[in-house]
Design a protein around this ligand. Structure first.
Ligand code: UDX
Ligand code: UDX
Ligand code: ADP
Length: 463
């Protein structure tokens, strides 16, 4: 029986996942640790609006479980020492240096965790990989634990996370499946699988808890994300054909989605997918394929990213050409900066890249997002290093009121599909814009007929 769980990494995956485990298993003590003191302070903030991760339903669960059996701390060693089971949920960004730069996953944080666990652990522990990892990472973790540890026994499981941001809590409470990769050939291996299965079985029907070998589990996570991203790139590729031929991408998506072999989900044409996972996981897959000499496989998957980059630049170019080939000094209002609705996460958001193109043309951007701060927008753009931080500050303005944000703009670009954008008084927005007033709807969420009737020049994706 597990009494004490530790999770290393209090981010978008570790935080919500552990909150839900703590909610569902009140007698298990769950401690989420992180080296980032500021992040831990935010998780412990009395004001639940200040949690570092915004997810619908998360604050209620934190309120219920925090201080009862859910704890957030920077005392990593202590939490490792006390735990029977340790989830590793640290970030695995794409490498920005050395071999595999721009493609391979950077496993430095994972290795540091493994070494820390090896150093601290004095009793047997089950280690669970939660972060998305290249296939065979578990064997690297095992090597470190077996060769540097205090001769205690470790079982290593892979338990990839399939939650999507914005719906994390419902995905966790009601998952399509839970995947546990382990080593059932040994008695201890099977016991570890059973223990983790029992935890999920408190609220997930057993037929949705799948066990595989460790490598299948690791590869399934990369494969799931690659397939999902590929659907978005496929529908986006068709969106450009629609624009040239007079077909409508939403009609095409509906027509193909009714084929039960294709299915209706994940067929929404957009300005391009973002998020911390899709691009990183595909690059990782491409790197793995190349490293085995599987060049055709690598090229096949790389095309998904190439298409996505093209969709973002195509959206930006269309704004430039439509605004008479010059946007220098023109105010363009962005509605949305997060990579999708209902999250404050901006990692790899299409908005960042579209903004960068427009800023290169000396546009003046006015950004509004219900959950993203001014500081985050500037950090995202500064990270690209395209221009000086001061230039970014000079060219970008922010307004917490969407109406003010759109005032005197030549054009509005919708980058995120936040529901509130649909409810705005669009007549009021139109009245305060320069004419002709353009709307570039990168999410196809606004009512084209209504906007056109008001007088807007509306352009959606694939219309
Ligand atoms: C296809 C479409 O399915 C059908 O809707 C359209 O009207 C005509 O084209 P068809 O070519 O008759 O139908 O058969 P289908 O079942 O789609 O198989 C096509 C090929 O893909 C076959 O060679 C099949 O063996 C192969 N296939 C299919 C796989 O290799 N794996 C699969 O999972 C599915
Ligand atoms: C994804 C996977 O869905 C999840 O299972 C995995 O655990 C992590 O990666 P996430 O990145 O949080 O989750 O969000 P997701 O809903 O998959 O959206 C990713 C991106 O694709 C977003 O930018 C979204 O706007 C875009 N998208 C999604 C589309 O453009 N069209 C669609 O039809 C669906
Ligand atoms: P994800 O989306 O995978 O959850 P995040 O970047 O949101 O990624 O969260 C990962 C967290 O892991 C960060 O808060 C980071 O500070 C933390 N982290 C990374 N390495 C370590 C480590 N060795 N010990 C503790 N925390 C770590």
């Amino acid at each position: 029986m597990i009494k004490n769980i530790c999770c290393i990494g209090a981010g978008y995956v570790g935080g919500p996942t552990m909150a839900v485990i703590a909610k569902q298993c009140p007698e298990i003590k769950v401690t989420v640790v992180d080296v980032n003191q500021q992040r831990i302070n935010a998780w412990n903030d009395a004001d639940l609006n200040n949690l570092p991760v915004y997810e619908p339903g998360l604050a209620d669960i934190v309120q219920e479980a925090r201080g009862r059996n859910l704890f957030f701390s920077t005392e990593v060693d202590q939490a490792i020492d006390q735990a029977d089971m340790i989830f590793i949920s640290v970030n695995t960004p794409t490498k920005t240096y050395g071999i595999g730069k721009g493609k391979a996953a950077d496993l430095k944080y994972i290795e540091l965790c493994a070494r820390q666990i090896a150093r601290v652990a004095k009793t047997d522990k089950i280690i669970v990989e939660k972060s998305t990892l290249p296939v065979r990472t578990a064997s690297a973790i095992r090597d470190i634990l077996d060769n540097t540890g205090n001769k205690v026994k470790f079982q290593i499981l892979s338990n990839p996370e399939f939650l999507a941001e914005g719906t994390a809590i419902s995905d966790l409470l009601n998952p399509d499946r839970v995947l546990i990769g382990g080593n059932p050939e040994t008695e201890e291996g099977q016991a570890a699988i059973n223990v983790l299965t029992e935890i999920y079985a408190r609220w997930v029907p057993e037929n949705r808890i799948l066990t595989t070998n460790v490598w299948s589990s690791e590869l399934s996570k990369l494969t799931a994300n690659a397939f999902l991203a590929q659907r978005v790139s496929s529908i986006n590729a068709m969106s450009e054909i629609c624009e040239k031929t007079g077909a409508d991408i939403d009609e095409v998506a509906q027509a193909i989605g009714l084929d039960s072999r294709i299915g209706s989900k994940f067929l929404k044409a957009s300005v391009g997918f973002g998020g911390s996972c899709f691009q990183k996981d595909i690059l990782n897959l491409v790197y793995i394929a190349s490293s085995y000499g599987l060049d055709q496989v690598a090229d096949y998957w790389e095309q998904v990213i190439i298409m996505n980059d093209y969709q973002k630049s195509r959206f930006a170019n269309n704004i430039i050409t439509t605004l008479y080939n010059t946007i220098s000094g023109k105010k363009i209002a962005f509605l949305g900066w997060a990579f999708k609705k209902d999250t404050n996460d901006t990692r790899e958001s299409a908005a960042i890249y579209v903004a960068d193109y427009l800023l290169n043309e000396q546009a003046e951007l006015a950004v509004y997002d219900p959950k993203v701060s001014e500081q985050q927008v500037l950090t995202d753009l500064n990270y690209l290093n395209t221009r000086s931080e001061q230039e970014n500050v000079n060219l970008i303005s922010f307004n917490s009121c969407p109406y003010e944000n759109c005032k005197d703009a030549h054009a509005i670009a919708v980058l995120t599909e936040w529901d509130e954008f649909k409810t705005y008084d669009w007549q009021r927005i139109y009245d305060n814009m320069l004419k002709p007033a353009f709307v570039f709807d990168g999410r196809n969420i606004l009512n084209e007929k209504e906007l056109t009737k008001i007088g807007f020049k509306y352009q959606g994706i694939g219309k």
